[in-house]
Design a protein around this ligand. Structure first.
Ligand code: PUT
Length: 292
């Protein structure tokens, strides 16, 4: 490991480690759940790291936050009630709040330190918390969902870290069953679903669980995020039985200036073309995902 560089080493991507040059360590702490680090990098702005794994950088967070949010919300006509599981940095909230049809935004994040650190070091991300429609619940997303009345949400967005540590249960079948229960008929879920280059075994399991649970449609989309392992990350998008959802053809566009452009800035990454394109898969991934 080079001195003055951060290298992202994990058993989830053995034999490789993306590195960023560190200008200054800004925060180091240990929460009840994980190690939390913020550093200033020389080329990607400030970086949030949990248990040694990059969660966001100022430069490329837009690609992840915009896609995980607008892929589901632009696919249904009139989202009103949205639940975010994880997403403690507030970036998904920032994006959900661009949708004027939304009346209620609940977020359940397990780690208060992630929220506090994001508010201190990433104000342009944590700005999502400033929307009055947001209600924060600090706690375990799995437990939270068990208490949600059936059919409550139009959309659930699961912005988790990787399936080692506090987020592990968010990749398991019982969790997806609770999500399906919490959704209204024709409701949608979008969940962080790792990299087609590194994690086809994890993706296969998610797809096969989701096909058993979600009786509407089940799709995999992906996008580029240069500082995530292998430079890409995917999303599992599913809908419950009810009004049909055609994820590949967005019906609720948000390309025009949204109501929050003044405070949040315009969209940097998402548009309707990239929405549809994100469902096109390389042949090796298509074979596995479609056969499950
Ligand atoms: N929230 C997404 C984090 C992914 C880290 N590999």
């Amino acid at each position: 490991i080079l001195p003055g560089w951060f290298s992202e080493i994990s058993p989830l991507w053995p034999g490789e480690a993306h590195s960023l040059k560190v200008e200054k360590i800004l925060f180091q702490g240990k929460s009840d759940y994980q190690n939390v680090v913020v550093f200033q990098s020389s080329t990607y702005g400030k970086v949030l790291v949990l248990d040694g794994v990059i969660q966001l950088t100022e430069r490329d967070e837009c690609a992840y936050q915009e896609m995980i949010t607008h892929l589901p919300l632009c696919s249904i006509p009139n989202p009103k009630k949205v639940l975010v599981i994880g997403g403690g940095d507030g970036g998904v909230l920032r994006e959900v709040s661009r949708h004027s049809s939304v009346e209620q935004i609940d977020i359940c994040e397990i780690d208060k330190m992630v929220i506090d650190v994001s508010k201190q070091f990433f104000p342009n991300v944590a700005i999502g918390y400033e929307d009055p429609r947001v209600k924060l619940h600090v706690g375990d997303g799995v437990a939270f969902l068990k208490n949600v009345p059936e059919g409550t949400y139009d959309a659930v967005i699961v912005d988790s870290s990787d399936p080692i540590g506090p987020a592990q249960e968010l990749f398991e079948k019982p969790f997806f069953e609770s999500v399906a229960r919490a959704l209204c008929p024709g409701g949608v879920v979008c969940t962080q679903a790792e990299s087609i280059w590194l994690h086809m075994h994890i993706i296969e399991d998610i797809v096969s669980n989701c096909r058993q649970i979600f009786k509407g449609s089940v799709n995999y989309a992906w996008t580029t995020v240069p500082t995530y392992p292998s430079g890409v990350i995917g999303f599992m998008l599913c809908s419950t039985e009810g009004p049909a959802v055609d994820f590949k053809n967005p019906i609720n566009p948000i390309d025009a200036d949204d109501s929050h452009t003044k405070t949040r800035g315009p969209l940097k990454f998402y548009n309707s073309e990239i929405h549809s394109a994100s469902f096109c898969l390389p042949s090796f991934a298509k074979r596995v995902i479609e056969s499950n």
